[in-house]
Ligand binder design. Structure first.
Ligand code: RRO
Length: 304
């Protein structure tokens, strides 16, 4: 039996439900274009891009733990104009390119969206209102009314699908998803990292230069999965599941919870892009074993 891994996400057609998450190998446009050519890659997402260049935080910016990473990169990015210039040189994309972006207020968010959406290589936008350790970002993403305002304003300026990346660091994750949906968002990405920290017991001070960071990897997975499940129960909007996927069964779990596609982050940083092929093969075998023809059939199946 041949199984079908294709999924549709808003108006994008993905060869597989596997997406490269924002912040992973996504700073160079040329590298993203290369990754988009890998057979089992469904879509690729850029590092979050803002209006102006940002250096990010000084080292140390990442701590490796037995159950995941804590990062505090601090939103390093070249700024929207330089990033688009890079995109001009990057060559073609064989899978949809999702441009992640941010702003410190609603006017700035709309301005960045307008500039990015003009680039023909960009298939969709993902609004990051959920970075846990750069001030001014989650402050928007924790407030359903501000997210609704941002989404409505952005949708007026662009004619491409808009996703909103949600924070797990609020009890209002479903309310924020609902606000995004009602304001016209085409999907949500659930979720960004969990706010966390590490302390050096010899130096007796926080290890990360930014003090706080975002926890990703296996420890995040059950939290992210719960967010996807809750949103699927309450809000009628496509969901990209994101958080700690490290095996094809994790992909299956996210889809059963209600995700139409699944973004991969820490596992790619750890093991490289070969993982896309491994997960796609595992997913196909799972579907074959279950006698399911299309991966689309398992989306939300655990809610029966
Ligand atoms: O750059 C970062 O430090 C970062 C961002 Br923008 C984000 O959205 N999530 C995260 O864990 N790190």
């Amino acid at each position: 039996m041949t199984v079908d891994l294709r999924v549709k996400l808003s108006d994008m057609h993905l060869k597989t439900p596997l997406i490269l998450a924002s912040g992973i190998l996504g700073l160079s446009a040329r590298m993203l274009a290369e990754i988009s050519k890998i057979e089992s890659v469904g879509a690729v997402t850029t590092k979050s891009i803002g209006l102006k260049p940002r250096d990010g935080y000084p080292n140390p910016t990442i701590v490796v733990l037995p159950y995941g990473f804590i990062n505090s990169m601090g939103l390093p990015n070249p700024g929207v104009e330089s990033f688009l210039a890079e995109l001009d040189e990057a060559g073609s994309f064989d899978s949809p390119l999702i441009a992640s972006f941010y702003g410190y207020n609603i006017d700035e968010i709309a301005e960045v969206a307008k500039i990015i959406a003009r680039h023909q290589a960009v298939s969709a936008l993902e609004l990051n209102v959920s970075c846990p350790h750069v001030s001014g970002i989650s402050e928007i993403g924790f407030k359903p009314e501000l997210v609704a305002e941002a989404v409505a304003k952005v949708k007026k300026c662009i004619d491409k699908p808009l996703f909103v990346k949600l924070s797990p660091n609020t009890h209002l994750v479903v309310e924020v998803a609902r606000a995004a949906a009602e304001a016209g968002a085409d999907g949500v990405t659930a979720v960004n990292t969990v706010k966390a920290m590490v302390i050096d017991t010899e130096l007796c001070r926080p290890i990360l230069s930014g003090v706080y960071g975002g926890l990703s990897g296996p420890a995040l997975k059950p939290i992210a999965l719960r967010c996807v499940y809750e949103i699927y129960e309450e809000v009628d909007i496509p969901i990209i599941g994101c958080g700690g996927v490290s095996s094809y069964l994790d992909v299956v779990e996210f889809m059963l919870a209600g995700a139409s596609a699944v973004a991969l982050g820490s596992i790619i940083a750890l093991k490289g892009v070969e993982v896309f092929g491994e997960l796609a093969r595992g997913l196909s075998k799972y579907l074959e074993r279950k006698g399911i023809r299309s991966v689309r059939e398992i989306v939300g199946l655990s809610h029966r």
